[in-house]
Design a protein around this ligand. Sequence first.
Ligand SMILES: Cc1cc2nc3c(=O)[nH]c(=O)nc-3n(C[C@H](O)[C@H](O)[C@H](O)COP(=O)(O)OP(=O)(O)OC[C@H]3O[C@@H](n4cnc5c(N)ncnc54)[C@H](O)[C@@H]3O)c2cc1C
Length: 813
Amino acid sequence: MTLPSQAAVVVIGGGIIGCSTAYHLARDHKVDVVLLEQGKLTSGSTWHAAGLVGQLRSSASITRVLKYSVDLYKGLEAETGLATGWKMTGCLRLATNADRWTEYKRLATTAKSFGMDMHLLSPAEVKAMWPLMETGDLVGASWLPTDGQASPSDITQSLAKGARMHGAKLYEDVRVTGFEMKGDRITAVNTDQGDIACDKVVNCAGQWARQVGAMAGINVPLQPVKHQYIVTEKIAGLATDAPTLRDPDRRTYFKEEVGGLVMGGYEPNPQAWTTGEVPNDWEFRLFDDDYDHFEQHMIQAIARVPALETVGVKQMINGPESFTPDGNFILGVAPECANMFVGAGFNAFGIASGGGAGWVLAQWVVDGEAPLDLWVVDIRRFSNLHRDRHWVCERTLEAYGKHYTIGFPHEEYASGRPRIVSPLYERLKRQRAVFGSKLGWERPNWFAPESVEPKDVYSMGRQNWFAAVGDEHRHVREHVGIFDQSSFAKYELSGPDAAKALDWICANDVSKPVGRLTYTQLLNTRGGIEADLTVSRLAEEKFYIVTGTGFRTHDASWISDHIGEGLDARLTDVTEDFGTLSLMGPRARDVLSAVTGSDVSNASFPFGHIREIVIAGHTVRALRVTYVGELGWELHVPIAATGEVFDALMAAGKEHDIRPVGYRALESLRLEKGYRAWGSDITPNDTPLEAGLGWAVKLRKNTDFVGRRALEKVGGASLKKRFAGFTVDDPEIVLLGRETILRDGEPVGYLTSGGHGYTVGKNIGYGYVRSADGVSDDFLASGSYELVVAMQRTPANIHLEPLYDPAMERVKA
Ligand SMILES: Cc1cc2nc3c(=O)[nH]c(=O)nc-3n(C[C@H](O)[C@H](O)[C@H](O)COP(=O)(O)OP(=O)(O)OC[C@H]3O[C@@H](n4cnc5c(N)ncnc54)[C@H](O)[C@@H]3O)c2cc1C
């Protein structure tokens, strides 16, 4: 065998993900693709997977990706002649308590929102479908008939054959050993059998993806964890088309296999494998059986399926699988390297994801941008924090342990905290702050009154912080509050061509005079919203860009990647240089003017401006902007001075009743004001026109920008979906997002975010109303609306204007 000396794309790894990616690159894009596998195809994690294929996730796009897998597996044999073992058995999920049942009611609604039918069954119906099961403790079960199971090795071989049929070249027993680099680009792949020059590389190396990435300087934060299941002898009475079964309250799952059962589980005390290098010689290898560790699953499984007590165990599979710190897989172009793409870290749903992940990854490789909103799996959701292997390991084990626990709303991780704290951390803790964590930062979510213990108590209904957050909310509306938003991501773009670069990158016109601040979206070529941020002009050749905490890596890479060829503009991340204090509320000006000699009157410091002012002897960047719909400033303070400036504001604010306020109140305030949140309300799937943000797009100016052509194309045509607000009067309802929107009884969309507005005294949701015939003002206004919340219909009112809009502030100023 001789390797080719060059290829357009080299895919590393012959597991299901690599084979699917190569298949789609060859089939859909006719790309000259070479796949390299160090052992035999499937010999990593793929060959020993249990083969359950579920589809429903909390993200609409990821659900679409998984649905695509199922459609692909169904038809693959017809194309390649190799069977995939696909069986549409459906999946039962069991509930043994009220909270789990509520979770399923919400899930069933989510399924409906995403176009799938999930049913809720009684214990008797479950028993009829799966007679070997003990159902005495059940409240019920959810039933998704289109889920199923497949043979992981067979699918992979079938995809590999399909890839070859479409022209891909696949090589076994070839190990990638390094890369030739030019700057941040790979120019060739080194292997133990020669080099291959290439344009792009796709790292699908499974649990080795971290070390393969490291060879090109990129970080793939995954952790191999031992995962076990058993395969039993035949069990009398078990149907060959028995549904797959998930019993999360007992932490176990089941699948029929040649008349016996596959049974495995997610234990609360998982065992990490190495935090060092994964050995290369791990072809078709497993760990020793560990019945001591597995016993916890065995006990639970026997209680559910008593036949397991007597049936023989044919085999135990104890294999490594890569898990990630948030339970989602890792996809996309690496921020550290312009032409390495990653598809790894599949958290034991790589078989379910394989078909779809290969489809979207291939498209991403070819276009250079994700074909849909893949933010929850995007590699750019991580930061330098995730280079710490021990932190990643600890958080990943926590996520693994929570795989089957009830997903309570607003739940926070507990491990690896505190990790990054603002200078105000101790001060706010003394004020009884209850923190959440975002990209490693501790951020105050709410402040507990003396009568309430400062910790979250999770439940499916209203949680223990509800009233306290209401007080914080009202305080901002009526007096003044101070938010510690130091975790905001901040960059400076400098250079003679900085304005020119931003003209192209930003949808809004940010080339305004020095001292102006602009709210803008960054669009992809489809006109979808890739980022949502503010840009302030500090000097002719210097801009200050502020975005959300979690978007730090993503937005920086998007901006850097889109600085036009040959332009002289440099992006610097200055996040840690500035603490951010947001002073918000009708008394904000009184407080600010008491601590600075600068004129902060509306006339000399209007909305949409940035000024340097001095507070407590420190020069502070003051940004007149708001996310809560009140008068206010974001004060960006040299990080070391954050404490002093905070103290000065608190002292001056005493007579105006100032108080610190947390992120949960911020969320409630922004819901009332109708500000869109990136990642939920506005995503790469949505254009500013659909999102009602057309006013922030410079279509009337004669400047070209990314996404302009796509927006012009839709131009006068009526939009097929439009963003709208909804309120629900019933105080018992809890809106979280993904609830179905009904118009005249018909589903027309689902909520992208939901919460409670304390000033308007209503539950608030936002979402897109869709219609293939176009969504006109009249269409929106003329319908009668309901929301489906946990399977219950509840009347709702539609709103196209902010629910609360103090006249003094105009975001469009
Ligand atoms: C016990 C167990 C049960 C599971 N059950 C399920 C299930 O029911 N449903 C489900 O959806 N998922 C399940 N999974 C998960 C599933 O197996 C994985 O998510 C999936 O196989 C990952 O595929 P992959 O292609 O990313 O990785 P792999 O299959 O590991 O492929 C990566 C390949 O890259 C190759 N490679 C690495 N380094 C190099 C190099 N330097 N040069 C060349 N090649 C290299 C490796 O040899 C390997 O073959 C299970 C996993 C385990 C462990």
